[in-house]
Design a protein around this ligand. Structure first.
Ligand code: HEM
Length: 466
């Protein structure tokens, strides 16, 4: 069977020089047009990479054939040398992953979303005055907010308004992780044996860096967990994911108990590790869209005025009565999706799809950008238009694909924090729109349309809109 089409490449290095280092989702979308194929194949120094450019193929492989499409590619620099292998989002499809994913979903299931609401409310109420305070940097306030929600829910720790030690170490750790995640940055990811080069060896700066950065990773994993355990021992711990999991450990031996505790520690770290940059990215995109499309903002505010009225803040229970706001949030997720080229999976068996061979060990990238910017599904896709998700009678249209069913991923590796992310997005956007208007600062020389999205896995704006 042939491989799927794609740029031809060179012997040994394959498509090394074709592989985009910036906005890869745009290049993948162009290739799909150029080769007139929803499925593409490239090879970078022996690693086979398959790119899926349609929802049909993504659901076919990740949902229907999930038994062989549910692993993750391994990156030596991050997972091994920097110590991030404990995050189950990056683990291969094995028992370590299975145990952690099961634990996370047992104590943090969508069915318990309403239990998160009091803490989410408290954090939004603290965010609103900060956003209105001209002395506070608005993006920093949003970052502190999403970090605070994660730390409170994971550990029951109430973060300080500024210089919080847990937020500070977590932000530093994630920023190092993001820097090291740039595709093709480290040769050791292509030649894993290089990890055995001694630290003092010329050219081994990556090993010296990794040694320092690993200390930050470990502090990120340990410090808040230890604080919660200490509070539990003293009987003063607030309810949290960590406290619930620790209370529910059922172990026969000390060794077994310690192993279970390590799993709790690993999964608690995912709240910040998986939930902060991602939610922040959607909220920043929301703020930018509001400055660029003031008529959509006004419409959502009129709906809130009608449904919520002037005497209270919006609440979770208002959601079913706010179809326009919900449509607007869907459009935010579609217009510039978070993780546009998603989180790659990898295959554990050979397979054939649409007549093309997919070798075992291939990296498989779902190109969400191509799905969410497809003019057949979303006419005039570059335009921000919440109305596309509504019927003529103003209800949410079930026939238009909800971008939330795309941006949180697919199959057995789909995002297990989507319920929390969606409710945080809803309550934050509703409260912001009901209490303030978002506009571009008149003193600013650039315009909202000049704003560029940065190029990390979860792009955030590199320029604050307000
Ligand atoms: C708007 C916010 C968020 C977005 C856009 C998002 C998106 C994603 C995506 C695209 C994946 C990969 C899915 C796949 O491989 O098919 C993922 C995985 C994951 N997300 Fe999220 N996420 C968000 C928030 C959160 C939150 C709040 C948490 C935790 C509380 C979380 C925890 C995870 C975990 C643990 C995984 C890895 C699952 C696995 O590999 O088994 N995410 N997320």
């Amino acid at each position: 069977q042939p491989l799927a089409p794609g740029p031809p490449g060179y012997p040994i290095i394959g498509n090394l020089f074709d592989m985009p280092t910036k906005s890869s989702y745009l290049t993948f979308t162009e290739w799909a047009k150029k080769y007139d194929s929803e499925i593409l194949n490239i090879n970078v120094c022996g690693t086979n990479i398959v790119i899926l450019n349609s929802l049909r193929l993504i659901t076919e492989l990740f949902d229907k054939r999930s038994a062989i499409y549910s692993s993750r590619p391994q990156f030596t620099m991050i997972s091994d040398l920097m110590g991030w292998g404990f995050l189950f989002s990056s683990m291969p499809y094995d028992d370590h992953w299975r145990r952690r994913r099961r634990l996370f979903q047992r104590f943090f299931p969508a069915s318990r979303a309403s239990e998160l609401q009091p803490q989410q409310r408290t954090h939004v109420r603290r965010l609103l005055p900060r956003l209105m305070d001209p002395k506070q940097n608005f993006a920093q306030s949003l970052r502190h907010f999403t970090g605070g929600v994660a730390i409170t829910l994971a550990y029951g720790i109430d973060v300080k308004p500024a210089n919080d030690p847990f937020i500070d170490v977590s932000e530093r750790a994630i920023s190092l992780l993001n820097q090291a995640s740039a595709p093709g940055k480290y040769l050791v990811d292509i030649i894993p044996l290089l990890k055995y080069v001694p630290d003092w060896f010329p050219g081994a700066q990556f090993k010296r860096d990794a040694k320092e950065w690993r200390k930050v990773t470990m502090r990120f994993r340990e410090a808040p967990f230890r604080a919660t355990k200490r509070d539990m021992d003293m009987g003063v711990a607030s309810p949290s994911y960590t406290a619930t999991c620790l209370e529910n450990i059922n172990a026969n031996t000390m060794q077994e108990r310690l192993a279970r505790e390590e799993e709790v520690k690993d999964t608690a770290a995912i709240f910040f590790g998986g939930g902060t940059d991602t939610t922040m990215s959607v909220l920043l995109t929301f703020m930018l869209a509001m400055t660029r499309y003031p008529s959509a903002q006004l419409k959502a505010q009129e709906e809130l005025d009608k449904v919520v009225g002037p005497d209270r803040l919006p609440d979770f229970r208002d959601s079913p009565n706010l179809p326009y706001l919900n449509a607007l949030l869907r459009e935010v997720m579609r217009w510039h999706p978070t993780a546009p080229s998603a989180v790659p999976h990898s295959t554990t068996e050979d397979d054939i799809c649409d007549g093309y061979f997919i070798p075992k060990g291939s990296i498989v990238i779902p190109n969400n950008w191509a799905v969410l910017q497809d003019a057949n599904t979303y006419p005039n896709p570059t335009y921000f238009d919440p109305q596309r998700f509504l019927t003529s009678s103003g209800k949410l249209d079930p026939d238009v694909i909800n971008p939330a069913d795309v941006i949180f991923g697919f199959g057995r590796r789909a995002c297990p924090g989507a319920h929390m992310a969606r409710s945080t997005m809803f309550i934050t956007a509703a409260c912001i729109l009901h209490t303030m208007s978002i506009s571009w600062p008149s003193s600013e020389r650039t315009r909202p349309s000049d704003v560029k999205f940065s190029d990390s896995l979860f792009p955030t704006l590199n320029h604050s809109p307000v």
